[in-house]
Design a protein around this ligand. Structure first.
Ligand code: JFZ
Length: 611
């Protein structure tokens, strides 16, 4: 609904002034929260307890189902307006007649989230396409004007009815508004320019719509998920400071994500002042070791699109998703898992199946997720760990075992404190575990030979003190060989990438003198044959590397493998490893700058010693 008088009044009231388009970095100079760290912790408390949320991408774009004319989209189907390069007029004309939400779609979303064990839901109030689900006085491009229903209200009420916290996604871009960013540096349909556009009119509109969704007419808002900033369009271009003040004034307890700014590594690591928002938002990616000193939430897709596409048929399995939830939480983060409902708001069977599977796992193991923190291990060969304080100075570790040991025995490598009590979650009460120090850690014996759950079975172990954990070392497998993963290394002057969808974890961007150091526990001094898995391209002269451990050293060369995604295993000769806790160092001796060189696994196989 559009009421011009109200807007003018609102703008006067808010004291809107001219826009400062050049003040890209001003956001860095102020701190959004002047509250104490303790007050911030209190504000974040429910969110850190929750650990698991459901994201919903649903709007007009859902009705395109990933198809525009003869073009199809498997990825980012919510971007179809821009990616099929459709003008706002044609898009509106095509999409509005298709928008026919089912009567009870919102309660279905809420019960799916509830059943899966999610504690909060973030839904797209307005995505980049500009169509708003709430009844906006700023535009007729909203659900109320089109369908007669305030869909934002329907969703919020359905979520509250299930006891879920309410998060609202609101796009900073707008492909419908005639004054929104366009042209150079902006995310919009191509061919547009800023000519004739008045950005200050758009930021007024943005602020006014954000005010509508936070001023209390839809009750409390627990999270505001703004999206997103890039290059010249960030911070004060959105009049970020004023916007944040408006939001905090409306909802003092609200949590705001970090996307009013572009999040460079430096910005994320500037943890002393959290001007980047209340939490950081890695996307479809779980940071290898979490993010030190910052609250964060990985948002993730079931397939590779946020909005529904009938072409996105490859879904992660329920097991993969459960592992990703555990992985994020074990590193101190939250996990926000997306659904892309169908055009009428209903949910496809594959999505329902996965959320039900997660719910089934959470029924048994919720205590190992809710209210937990990052576990104390940098790496565990069989899974992950989360941690919790249990009162009276007691501590509990939850061992999430992905690969269940068939012999009833599990080594917790590096653990130096013997637990006072251990039990398998969802296991038989009668089982008693024997726990003792051995093999550089604690060995648990008497485990059931079958896992409780195929994706992950959790063992809860209790301590009457903070358990002590020795730094991680790679141990040999039962056949005596070592499998070194990129994640095992401490990397200097090269870059470690953990596994993302369709990519493998690797170390790349090697410079001369760059190093990867692997901590090993070698039982027996002997010679090992070295195999190295690489993908390499654009290498003019061969790149040369040196592998060393103590006195032993071995050099080898790497040639192009025929492409940056073409993986080959190369023999790097053999090396004599001393016994004990050792560091195996891989150093890049020479490399030319234009080279692409990715290193994945290193395998060391014992060479039968000649008598
Ligand atoms: C954004 C949206 O564009 C996307 O549709 C989805 O809503 C996701 C959760 O958030 O994705 C981004 C955000 C930032 C960049 C790219 C995609 N970026 O900075 O390049």
């Amino acid at each position: 609904m559009k009421r011009m008088g109200l807007i003018a009044g609102f703008c006067l009231l808010m004291g809107f002034s001219g826009v400062q388009v050049n003040a890209q970095t001003e956001g860095q100079e102020y701190i959004l929260n002047t509250e104490s760290a303790a007050d911030k912790q209190e504000r974040m408390a429910w969110w850190k307890e929750a650990r698991f949320g459901m994201f919903v991408h649903w709007g007009l774009y859902s009705s395109a189902e990933g198809e525009w004319g003869d073009k199809t989209f498997t990825r980012a189907a919510e971007w179809i307006q821009r990616n099929a390069n459709v003008s706002a007029d044609v898009y509106q004309e095509t999409m509005l007649p298709k928008f026919k939400p089912a009567p009870d779609f919102a309660s279905k979303w809420a019960s799916l989230a509830k059943q899966a064990g999610a504690k909060y839901v973030v839904f797209t109030n307005k995505h980049h396409e500009g169509f708003a689900l709430h009844d906006s006085t700023q535009t007729e491009y909203d659900a109320k004007d089109v369908t007669g229903r305030d869909l934002h209200k329907e969703v919020v009420e359905a979520l509250r009815a299930e006891g879920l916290r309410v998060g609202v996604y609101h796009s900073l871009w707008d492909w419908h508004h005639p004054d929104a960013p366009a042209g150079k540096g902006a995310m919009n349909v191509s061919g547009l320019t800023m000519e004739g556009r008045d950005l200050s009119r758009y930021t007024n509109y943005l602020h006014a719509q954000v005010n509508e969704i936070t001023d209390g007419r839809y009750g409390d808002v627990d999270v505001l998920w703004l999206d997103y900033s890039k290059g010249p369009y960030q911070g004060e271009v959105w009049r970020a400071k004023q916007l944040v003040e408006l939001i905090r004034n409306n909802q003092p307890q609200i949590l705001i994500n970090n996307r009013l700014w572009q999040n460079t590594k430096e910005q994320r690591e500037d943890s002393g002042k959290y001007w980047f928002g209340d939490f950081s938002t890695p996307e479809q990616h779980i940071p290898a070791t979490g993010i030190e000193g910052i609250d964060w939430e990985t948002c993730d897709t079931l397939n590779i699109t946020w909005g529904w596409s009938k072409h996105a048929v490859e879904f992660k399995t329920s097991t993969e998703l459960i592992h990703r939830l555990i992985d994020a939480v074990s590193k101190g983060g939250n996990y926000l898992l997306n659904i892309g409902p169908l055009p009428d708001g209903s949910i496809d069977p594959k999505t329902v199946e996965r959320f039900s599977d997660i719910g089934e796992w959470m029924q048994i193991n919720g205590d190992a997720i809710y209210g937990t923190q990052a576990g104390p291990f940098s790496r565990l060969p069989w899974g992950r760990a989360t941690a919790k304080e249990i009162g009276d100075g007691g501590h509990r570790l939850y061992l999430h075992v992905f690969d269940w040991p068939a012999n009833g025995e599990l080594l917790v490598p590096g653990l130096q404190t013997i637990p006072t009590h251990g039990s398998v979650m969802g296991g038989k009460a009668a089982e008693t575990l024997r726990m003792s120090k051995a093999r550089g850690g604690v060995v648990l014996e008497g485990l059931p030979t079958q896992p409780v759950h195929d994706a992950a079975t959790v063992i809860a172990i209790d301590f009457d003190q903070v358990p002590s954990v020795a730094p991680y070392r790679v141990h040999a497998a039962t056949d005596g060989s070592f499998d070194l993963e990129p994640a095992d290394a401490t990397v200097k002057d090269a870059i470690y990438h953990d596994h993302e969808m369709h990519r493998r974890s690797c170390i790349d961007s090697w410079k001369a003198n760059a190093e990867a150091q692997f901590p090993l526990q070698v039982e027996k001094s002997q010679s090992y044959a070295v195999q190295i898995e690489v993908a390499a391209d654009k290498i003019k002269d061969n790149a040369t590397f040196a592998l060393s451990a103590g006195e032993a050293q071995r050099s080898f060369e790497v040639k192009s493998t025929g492409g940056g995604e073409v993986w080959k295993t190369l023999d790097a000769g053999s090396i004599e490893l001393p016994s004990g806790p050792i560091t195996l160092t891989l150093r890049c001796a020479t490399i030319d700058e234009a080279s692409i060189l990715k290193l994945a696994t290193i395998t060391l196989k014992p060479v039968a010693s000649t008598p």
